[in-house]
Write a protein that binds this ligand. Structure first.
Ligand code: HEM
Length: 129
């Protein structure tokens, strides 16, 4: 039988729903982040992020069905992402991750997720300041 995906191992759709909802709550109240997000309504951005993360971690492929290849660096080009933006984004994601309890996500999966977001946020920077 195929190995269980990360997505299934950490509770599937519900976990990704809670994670992205919590993340966008932080975006809403963070002044560095909020001014970066172009739309008044963060709902659609939350949905895109949720679909992307679900797909990345082995869940449903709805993101690519709707949006095509992620090409995340290209999609972030319109936004100036320097170290302050990167750090604000990571802070919000760490806060969101902390809202997922340890029965749902064990330390090993948590560390895997942290390694990914730190690597990916670093690679999304497109400005030295
Ligand atoms: C949009 C993921 C880092 C700011 C998006 C989208 C995804 C995504 C999937 C929607 C793309 C689309 O289909 O249009 C990620 C991942 C990151 C990351 C996985 C790193 C782990 C960052 C950072 C910033 C940032 C560091 C800057 C603070 C934005 C903004 C949008 C966006 C402003 C537009 C919101 C929207 O309308 O979707 N990101 N991102 N992202 N991201 Fe990121």
């Amino acid at each position: 039988k195929p190995a269980q995906t990360f997505y299934d191992a950490v509770g599937g759709a519900e976990t990704f729903r809670v994670l992205t909802a919590r993340f966008y709550e932080e975006v809403e109240r963070d002044e560095i982040l909020r001014r970066l997000y172009p739309e008044e309504d963060l709902g659609p951005a939350e949905r895109r992020m949720r679909m992307f993360l679900e797909q990345y971690w082995g869940g449903p492929r709805t993101y690519s069905d709707e949006r095509g290849h992620p090409r995340l660096r290209m999609r972030h080009n319109p936004f100036v992402i320097g170290p302050f933006e990167r750090d604000a984004w990571l802070r919000a994601m760490h806060t969101a991750l902390a809202s997922i309890d340890s029965d749902t996500m064990d330390d090993e999966h948590r560390q895997q997720f942290v390694d990914y977001i730190e690597m990916a946020a670093q690679s999304m920077m497109n400005s030295p300041i």
